[in-house]
Design a protein around this ligand. Sequence first.
Ligand SMILES: C[S@@+](CC[C@H](N)C(=O)[O-])C[C@H]1O[C@@H](n2cnc3c(N)ncnc32)[C@H](O)[C@@H]1O
Length: 240
Amino acid sequence: MPDKKGIFYGLGVGPGDPELLTLKAARILNSVDVVFAASSTKNSYSLAVSIARPHIFDLTAVRMLKFPMTRDKEMLQKAWKEHAITIIKEVEQGKNVAFLTLGDLMTYSTYGYVIKYIKELAPEVPIISVPGITSYQAAAAAVNRPLVEGEESLMVVSGAQGGGRLRDQAKSPDTVVLLKAYRNCKDIALALEENDLLDNSVAISRCSLPDQEIYNDVAELCERTPKYWTLIIAKKKPHD
Ligand SMILES: C[S@@+](CC[C@H](N)C(=O)[O-])C[C@H]1O[C@@H](n2cnc3c(N)ncnc32)[C@H](O)[C@@H]1O
């Protein structure tokens, strides 16, 4: 096995328009040895690959990872684990590998499941996740309508089960993103605690800038006044 491991890059390629792929994703696509993307077991088509295609060299290997279109949890977990192992093998051979995801990779994406297994099976594999523009950001731009302004809030809900999730979640969502989390941070921490969200929350200041800071102890951070460019992502603890 080579001394030097490769890097595993997750790339969000945006909602469809190739011009909405980030410069960072384009640069990484130009340099990797292997590109993976998800496809159904029925065919090998991937919209993510067609969006990214102009940035992939002809000689770069492009491989489809087949995901069964099923809700059977066991079948899905088997596929995610097998694909994680495929990716780990490439990285362990010293290759730099990209995995493409439509829109953003942390938003309703297979990527989350794949990295869960990579972290579990090969914690030493370096993972770099590059965000993409989400479908709903592009949709709001398409109709020239702001998503949130001033004191408004935004909750993103899956519609796969009809309106049920909206009915359940409206009062107590699974994930909450709090922007403008600076001056009144102490009260935010209190509200998170009241809703059983504090322990699994994280705050990020100046995200993606050279002086980015990540705070896993949000309660402690909120004892001080964080920087203006601070947000909190709070998530209910996963059920066993
Ligand atoms: C599995 S989710 C993927 C979300 C994606 N990761 C994102 O960041 O937008 C699939 C859903 O995203 C939405 N979606 C993705 N791309 C879209 C697009 N170009 N236009 C409209 N909706 C889109 C649709 O609601 C679709 O059912």
